[in-house]
Ligand binder design. Structure first.
Ligand code: NAD
Length: 378
């Protein structure tokens, strides 16, 4: 089946590249950006890494810093009001997946007729138009949102984390500077790192896998498999941070051109109902979901185990598949990933919401790409 491949028009990658933000905007004739970020970026002063080079180039950017984790439709509407009230020609999403997704969603909603809401764009709708171009600058090595055609927005009326897909969500450019991740604390390094590993693995075993996405997924798994633990234990290890940032971006490109699958389908309702950070809910699910589908795509999972570095070419696929499961469980153990109960989710609330979460997971479309597609009861 033919595959459509998309990626940002420009990606500037490397330590210190954030200082070139004004030049990157200039390449596209852009000079009046609205920066979308979160409150911590402002209170910690991290935003100055983006502001200072813009100001030095004579630009006067404005800041919308009201992004929340798991960005909501109400925050997007507030951001669109700011965007439309000013004379902006671009958006800069600066931060983790939440600010980047907020910027992308603002561009999509601002291009729609008055009265439109984010839910009008959720999959299977297509969100192909953007009011202004978006430049993304990630500060976590995780979501890959800087390179994907997706944004994930929570509907505050239904508590649904909606997947929104289309060219309107694809950034014009990305600046990928691993030095911005030195300050990421170990818990977030672990959660975002497992998120990126999940992207690469799901893209690779997806029913929508294709040779282009495969090459990116394999490269991402090689990088993440060898560097996630080091980045977790040694936050200022530049080589590990650089490898993780590149791996996260490649994993984003991989799933953007293939798909995510069952882990992400199940993870979104957990995030929406219990506000578990996105990467952490993926991590909670990854070993069990991998075990569930292992024998339905054994050669692929075995190849993934070899890329991650826990199996060799001499290992038979069944052996490599078992080693992959062992590694995913060991990684969760070493990175302190809790069970839902250990995370503080009461068992009765969890069990009460399971049927709804199962329905929401299946309705999102992602599980249909999994090597083994579960029934609602499973
Ligand atoms: P996040 O953006 O919510 O950030 C998590 C926390 O880390 C925040 O408190 C933030 O302030 C902090 N942080 C960020 N960078 C930091 C730094 N350099 N130093 C210290 N602290 C820092 O988390 P995330 O995991 O990056 O993004 C999650 C969101 O991305 C979710 O809403 C998820 O659904 C979405 N997502 C989107 C895509 C996509 O393709 N669009 C893919 C996967 C996930």
């Amino acid at each position: 089946m033919p595959a459509t491949i998309v990626s940002p028009r420009l990606m500037r990658i490397g330590g210190g590249s954030v200082s070139q933000i004004a030049e990157v905007l200039g390449l596209f004739g852009l000079s009046r950006p609205l920066i979308v970020t979160d409150p911590w970026m402002v209170s910690s002063g991290t935003i100055d890494r983006c502001l200072a080079p813009l100001r030095a180039a004579g630009l006067a950017p404005a800041i919308f810093a009201e992004t929340v984790p798991d960005p909501t439709d109400t925050v997007i509407a507030a951001g669109v009001a700011v965007l439309q009230a000013g004379d902006f020609d671009s958006l800069i999403g600066f931060g983790g997946g939440s600010p980047m997704d907020t910027a992308k969603a603002m561009a999509i909603l601002a291009a729609a007729p008055a009265g439109a809401r984010m839910r009008d764009f959720k999959v299977p709708a297509q969100a192909d138009r953007a009011a202004v171009p978006v430049v993304c600058i990630p500060t976590t090595a995780g979501t890959g949102s800087e390179a994907t055609r997706f944004t994930v927005i929570t509907d505050t009326e239904t508590d649904e984390k909606m997947l929104i897909a289309g060219l309107g969500a694809l950034p014009l450019a990305a600046i990928v500077d691993h030095e911005l991740t030195f300050s990421v604390p170990p818990r977030t390094t672990a959660d975002t790192g497992i998120d990126s590993l999940t992207h690469a693995l799901e893209a690779f075993v997806s029913k929508r896998a294709n040779p282009h996405a495969d090459s990116l997924a394999l490269s991402a798994m090689r990088l993440i498999g060898r560097h996630l633990r080091i980045a977790y234990h040694q936050p200022r290890n530049a080589a590990a941070r650089e490898a993780m940032m590149l791996g996260a971006m490649q994993a984003g490109l991989a799933f953007s051109n293939s798909s995510v699958a069952l882990v992400h389908g199940m993870s979104r309702p957990i995030g929406a109902h219990f506000h578990v950070p996105h990467g952490l809910s993926n991590a909670m699910l990854l070993p069990a979901v991998t075990e569930f589908g292992l024998n339905d795509a054994l050669p692929r999972y075995a190849e993934a185990a070899r890329a991650i570095g826990v199996a060799t070419v001499e290992d038979a696929d069944q052996v490599a598949g078992s080693k992959l499961l062992e590694e995913l469980r060991a990684l969760n153990q070493e990175l302190g990933v809790p069970t839902p109960r250990e995370h503080g989710i009461p068992a009765d609330r969890w069990e009460g919401l399971l049927p709804l979460m199962a329905r929401q997971a299946l309705a999102s479309g992602s599980p249909a790409n999994n090597p083994r597609v579960p029934e609602e009861t499973e």
